[in-house]
Design a protein around this ligand. Structure first.
Ligand code: 5GP
Ligand code: ZN
Length: 113
């Protein structure tokens, strides 16, 4: 499969890692939209997007959210942060390997869309 994030997991494309365990990789977004902008992904390509979350893979997604809380603490995002997942064309998803953006370190804009 020709997947950018699978290549990052494989180390074929370099990334600035923030967290890694057996199941999850977190790395800095190459085009940050906030002072802290981290992508959190399952290492295995278990879903293209949030539209593919099922009873079979939802435990991995729950684990990702535990890690998101841990990273937010480590990054000092005590005043708050946003977690965003773009799913499909209308959401302008560009990489079809499910991922969660952690955005923080500034006051967000009111509009979500
Ligand atoms: P999406 O638009 O699919 O929700 O998010 C994809 C994100 O991946 C974008 O924020 C984009 O900046 C980031 N991105 C694209 N290519 C690379 C890359 O090669 N390395 C890193 N670290 N981030 C990337
Ligand atoms: Zn992938």
């Amino acid at each position: 499969m020709d997947c950018l994030f699978c290549k990052i997991v494989a180390g074929e494309i370099p990334s600035t890692k923030v967290y890694e365990d057996e199941f999850v990789l977190a790395f800095k977004d190459i085009n940050p939209m906030a002072p802290v902008h981290i992508l959190v992904i399952p290492k295995q390509h278990i879903a293209d997007s949030a539209a593919d979350i099922t009873p079979e893979n939802s435990a991995a997604i729950a684990h990702i959210f535990e890690i998101i809380a841990k990273i937010a603490k480590e990054q000092g995002l005590d005043n708050g942060f946003r977690v965003v997942t773009n799913s499909g064309e209308d959401a302008l998803q560009t990489v079809s390997h499910i991922h969660f953006h952690i955005l923080g370190g500034k006051k967000m804009q009111e509009k979500l869309a």
